[in-house]
Design a protein around this ligand. Structure first.
Ligand code: C2E
Ligand code: MG
Ligand code: MG
Ligand code: MG
Length: 281
């Protein structure tokens, strides 16, 4: 009967929650160890300038080399790192690693490329974030103009007033600022004009079905036009095909990133790419 079913489903529910909590505890514990054992690695996904075919930079994307499970993408661990606060230590490791890598690339004699780093919502609210960045930039001696910080539109929109202040402090460090996953966060132009932004990154979900899908094509066209009129650089994410690429080129989109050119690469492979060849654009 209903009562019986109710009880059973309740038991099932509790058990499910418990095993989920248990899995999260294990994961949290593993993440703490992973930081200490340096099991994290940064992959670099090239960003290509359409005019020239040059690799002008990359987005730094975090990976976890799990001792048993192999390479893990952020989807498998960033959320728990956010919830537990581990993201702050992890974020410090990321900025240090990226600055060291930038320094090494600069030593190759081809000039430093530009590297973009992702910041999560919790990092964005971190009281000592700006001090931390200032220190790492100073200690590694890199040009802060070669660093770009990516924040998603939804992170920014959660608390506009805090975000404006934070953007101004970060901008004062000399780093570039980008809005990631643009188009998904319902921000208005009126909000955006208060931010010292350098780059808009068009979310992959809009790029996926261009040029076939009329709505997405119209949205992408509008974003590129808006970015241009605001004198922002525009980067299209998730470009996988020649057709997408040609559509974006016709619109005047300057930079693309996606599997069409390259998946995220381990540092050594990215370095070879920078020093060896340009891709066909
Ligand atoms: P995101 O910043 O929007 O990064 C773009 C994601 O799209 C990356 O997934 C990238 O591998 C993937 N991607 C790039 N080109 C293509 C393509 O052509 N097709 C498809 N299907 N996917 C493509 P990834 O590396 O799994 O990262 C997922 C998210 O994790 C990132 O989204 C970012 O929000 C977050 N993340 C990555 N690294 C860090 C980090 O160091 N710190 C923080 N806080 N978050 C990070
Ligand atoms: Mg990003
Ligand atoms: Mg993105
Ligand atoms: Mg994303």
């Amino acid at each position: 009967d209903a009562k019986q079913r109710g009880r059973n489903s309740f038991q099932f529910y509790t058990k499910d929650i418990n095993s989920q909590t248990y899995r999260q505890l294990i994961l949290e514990n593993e993440l703490v160890k992973a930081l200490a054992r340096e099991e994290f690695e940064i992959y670099y996904q090239p960003q290509v300038e359409l005019d020239t075919g040059r690799v002008v930079g990359a987005e730094a994307l975090l990976r976890w080399r799990h001792p048993e499970k192999g390479i893990q993408p952020p989807a498998n661990f960033i959320a728990i790192a956010e919830e537990t606060g581990l993201i702050e230590g992890l974020g410090l490791w990321v900025i240090q690693q990226v600055c060291e890598d930038l320094y090494r690339l600069g030593g190759d004699g081809n000039g430093q490329p530009r590297i973009a780093i992702n910041l999560s919502a919790r990092q964005f609210r971190q009281a000592d974030l700006v001090d931390q960045y200032r220190t790492v930039i100073r200690e590694t001696g890199i040009d802060p103009g070669k660093l770009e910080l990516e924040l998603t539109e939804s992170t920014i929109m959660k608390d506009i007033d805090i975000a404006v202040g934070m953007f101004q402090q970060l901008h004062a460090l000399g780093v570039r600022l980008a809005i990631d996953d643009f188009g998904t966060g319902y921000s208005s132009l009126n909000n955006l004009k208060h931010f010292p932004i350098d780059t808009l990154k068009i979310d992959r979900s809009f790029v996926r079905d261009i040029p076939g899908d009329n709505d997405d094509s119209a949205i992408v066209t509008a974003i590129v036009a808006m970015a241009k009129s605001l004198q922002l650089e525009v980067v299209a994410e998730g470009v996988e095909s020649r057709e997408q690429l040609e559509f974006l080129r016709r619109l005047g989109c300057e930079i693309v990133q996606g599997y069409y050119y390259s998946e995220p690469l381990p540092f050594d492979d990215f370095r070879k790419l920078l020093n060896g060849w340009t891709v066909e654009a």
